[in-house]
Design a protein around this ligand. Structure first.
Ligand code: ADP
Length: 297
């Protein structure tokens, strides 16, 4: 090879080397571009998946809301129907209650038949209680306040519930005949009926049902209904006042909701506390100075 040929081939090699470097740089730059685009594509895919999830969640939420609205309108229709039914049932029940009481008196000399009539009377009382709660739940309680004997109200409620309590249940009532308070007799009787009934249901065949009073001057009256039943588990304590919440086979879950609404309408409060052994419900009623004036008799 001549010197000129050797120079030529060196130039060609250098050119090839340059071309190769350009090619390598271009490949590296392409590779970087590719990685960048790949990263962007992955990110976009992630964002798309996120958007899809959000869309699905909002569709699901919309469906839930639609179902909830449907359920609520059906419940409202059922509520109206229940109130109409309760109203229609109340009148014949009143007659049946009266005639059964007369029948019980007539059967004084026939104990077996009399016991049967007493069972009918208890069934009628249960129905009356149910109907009363359904009707009360449907309307906003508007207390008509009057100076009322607290002991009288407790006795009135107990006269209704007492006969359905088991013989093994001891009852301790306060002597409060002389204690007068501003309250709606019918509404407060319904409140106590529900609390006493629940205490009786909770204890079953034996236990002690105590009604106690606490008076803070003339500002606040507390009526405490306590039983020695199984009580309410802490995780359920917040739920028991919800309408329709019941753990009883034949319960409506309206008793405590109705009772609380009636006490709140008095400007007071109905609360649950774990009792020493069972459940303890406290009806707090404001006194004459703080009692709401509208409706005062
Ligand atoms: P219902 O009596 O129809 O169940 P309530 O609203 O009166 O409706 O009561 C709701 C639930 O609260 C009851 O089913 C029961 O689980 C609970 N409860 C109420 N009172 C008591 C009580 N004294 N002891 C234990 N649980 C109670």
């Amino acid at each position: 090879m001549t010197g000129q040929q050797s120079l030529q081939s060196q130039v060609q090699i250098a050119e090839l080397h340059d071309a190769f470097r350009v090619f390598t740089d271009a490949t590296a730059s392409l590779e970087r571009e590719y990685q960048l685009l790949r990263g962007q594509a992955l990110e976009l895919r992630g964002q798309l998946a996120e958007k899809q999830r959000a869309l699905m969640a909002s569709l699901e939420r919309e469906r839930e809301l639609e179902l909830q609205a449907l359920r609520q309108s059906r419940l409202a229709a059922m509520g109206e129907m229940a109130a109409t039914l309760a109203h229609e049932v109340r009148n014949p029940l009143g007659g049946m209650e009266l005639f059964t009481r007369l029948l019980i008196d007539e059967l004084a000399a026939e104990p077996r038949a009399r016991r049967l009539a007493e069972q009918v009377a208890r069934g009628i009382q249960d129905l009356n209680h149910l109907v009363g709660n359904i009707l009360e739940y449907g309307r906003m309680p508007e207390p008509r306040l009057a100076r009322t004997s607290v002991g009288g109200v407790i006795e009135e409620a107990f006269a209704v519930v007492g006969p359905s309590l088991h013989a093994g249940i001891r009852v301790e009532l306060p002597d409060a005949r002389s204690l007068q308070w501003w309250l709606d007799r019918a509404l407060l009787t319904q409140v106590l009926l529900n609390l006493l009934r629940n205490a009786g249901d909770a204890m079953g065949e034996r236990g002690t049902l105590t009604v106690a009073l606490e008076v803070e001057d003339s500002r606040l009256l507390r009526i405490i209904v306590e039983d020695t039943g199984p009580g309410v588990p802490p995780e359920r304590a917040a739920t028991i006042f919800d309408p329709f919440f019941t753990t009883k086979e034949r319960g409506t879950g309206l008793g405590l909701a109705v009772a609380r609404a009636a006490v709140l309408a008095h400007g007071g409060d109905l609360t649950f506390e774990p009792g020493r052994r069972g459940a303890r419900f406290v009806v707090s009623l404001p006194g004459s100075e703080s009692a709401p004036t509208p409706g005062r008799a």
